[in-house]
Design a binder for this molecule. Structure first.
Ligand SMILES: [Zn+2]
Length: 91
């Protein structure tokens, strides 16, 4: 059984959304939401947005067709934030 340790304050959605926008601007993350994705149970790999492991009690969303070492994957909620960031600041 894996017990996750809560290390205190969680990054809030607004901060992660800003981070997503900066990462897209810096081309660290793709900017297209039409990419195919895979969803599944978290495998403990690191989320490309928030940098935290995606545990088996969470949903892991992996982007397909990304030419990036290690790929790009998100927590389900980070994936939503990334999609939001892809739309740009005017929405
Ligand atoms: Zn995340």
């Amino acid at each position: 059984m894996i017990q996750l340790i809560d290390s205190g304050a969680k990054p809030d959605a607004a901060a992660l959304l800003e981070r997503a926008r900066q990462a897209i601007a810096a081309r660290e993350l793709p900017s297209g939401i039409s990419l195919r994705v895979w969803g599944g149970r978290g495998s403990g790999k690191i989320c490309s947005l928030c940098g935290r492991p995606i545990g088996s009690d969470d949903v892991e969303i992996e982007l397909d067709g990304i030419e990036r070492e290690g790929g790009v994957r998100f927590h389900s909620k980070c994936h939503l934030l990334w999609q939001e960031a892809c739309k740009g600041p005017d929405h």
